[in-house]
Design a protein around this ligand. Structure first.
Ligand code: HPA
Ligand code: ZN
Length: 336
């Protein structure tokens, strides 16, 4: 067996896709300070160190409170552009060739920032990053599940002029007590509009929420999905359907979804034949980007070269790229 160092080098070398990334969660403290200054907004922190020290979470809600506070400094189209460019520039170093990015329009419209301001800044960065670095991107709009169904319908209406630039809809924010069934009708309308369907499920919520996401939202991809492992029938179904799971190891550790990295279920998921992938979720808050996540699981779970290649393949195969684009990336993985 090769050394851990060799296996980390393999993970680095393989072309990869990131499929679970909230652009607002890539807001690094340094950029937060810069934007706060530019927009003349007071923030309750005096230094980058103070901000990082505040990132100590005991569950999802702890994190979300700080996450919504952090994103409140995003005001102008330029802010969203700078945020997105910083992320796309950063992941080049990890050999991430394709990204499917979530954004939370309601986190902005709720505080008076127009939908169009946020999406324009993000999409301009997508175009420039493709031209400058060759990275490809897709955009997924999430509904905040702690808000109402009616609010989600309003957000879908705001997205109407942009539908040719939006790949799908997702479901994020506080999971427990906000099951997928709450959004069945708005997801049905989104699918009628040709959008893909995704949902965070089984991060803190029970296996039944994963089942609802499959049966009621007809998801094309499952975000997190950890707690599906508590249910044998559900495991068999996810395997049979070839469902991609976007797993986020450092996020799971920081939000206490797992006790320590050695107890992370990623290796078990692969051994069960599930199509797991490695993602950063909210890299500025959880301690790192895609390669930081790979490094953590390779070390803690002693992943093999085959595991690492499977994770890279799953990320491409589970993306919404066209078949020809997938084939090109997959053959580059085989050659690497
Ligand atoms: N879970 C739910 N909602 C989120 C997350 C997450 O990990 N990150 C940003 N919004
Ligand atoms: Zn997430």
């Amino acid at each position: 067996m090769s050394t851990i160092k060799d296996r980390i080098a393999l993970a680095q070398r393989l072309p990869k896709a990131e499929l679970h990334l909230h652009i607002e969660g890539s807001l690094e403290p340094e950029l937060m300070f810069r934007l706060a200054q530019r927009n003349k907004i007071d923030i309750p922190f005096r230094s980058v160190e103070e901000i990082r020290a505040a990132y100590d979470f005991s569950n999802l809600q702890d994190f979300l409170d700080i996450y919504y506070q952090g994103m409140s400094i995003l005001r102008t189209e330029e802010d969203f552009f700078d945020l997105t460019m910083a992320y796309l520039n950063r992941v080049r170093a990890d050999n991430v060739r394709h990204v499917e990015i979530f954004f939370d329009p309601q986190g902005h419209t709720e505080r008076g920032v127009p939908f169009d301001t946020a999406i324009s800044g993000i999409l301009t960065a997508f175009t420039l990053a493709k031209a400058q670095f060759g990275v490809t991107t897709k955009l997924i709009m999430c509904f905040l599940r702690h808000l109402s169904e009616d609010d989600a319908f309003k957000t879908l209406a705001q997205a109407e002029p942009w539908l040719d630039r939006i790949e799908g809809v997702g479901l994020d924010s506080s999971e427990v007590d906000h099951p997928p069934s709450k959004f069945e009708r708005v997801f049905a309308m989104a699918r009628e509009r040709g959008l893909k369907s995704l949902a965070h499920a089984g991060e803190e919520g029970p296996p039944d929420y994963v089942r609802e996401a499959l049966d009621l939202l007809h998801i094309d991809r499952l975000d997190h999905g950890n707690r599906a492992l508590e249910d044998e029938a559900l495991i068999a179904r996810l395997r049979k359907e070839g469902m991609t799971l976007t797993v986020c190891p450092l996020s799971n550790l920081k939000l206490c979804v797992v006790e320590d990295m050695a107890a992370h279920p990623l290796k078990h998921m692969l051994d069960l034949g599930l199509k797991a992938t490695v993602n950063s979720d909210d890299p500025a808050y959880f301690g790192g980007y895609v390669m930081d996540n790979f490094r953590a699981v390779i070390e803690a779970l002693d992943l093999s070269e085959d595991d690492i290649r499977a994770l890279a393949r799953n990320s491409i195969a589970g993306s919404f790229l066209a078949d020809g684009e997938k084939r090109a990336h997959l053959s580059a993985i085989e050659r690497a």
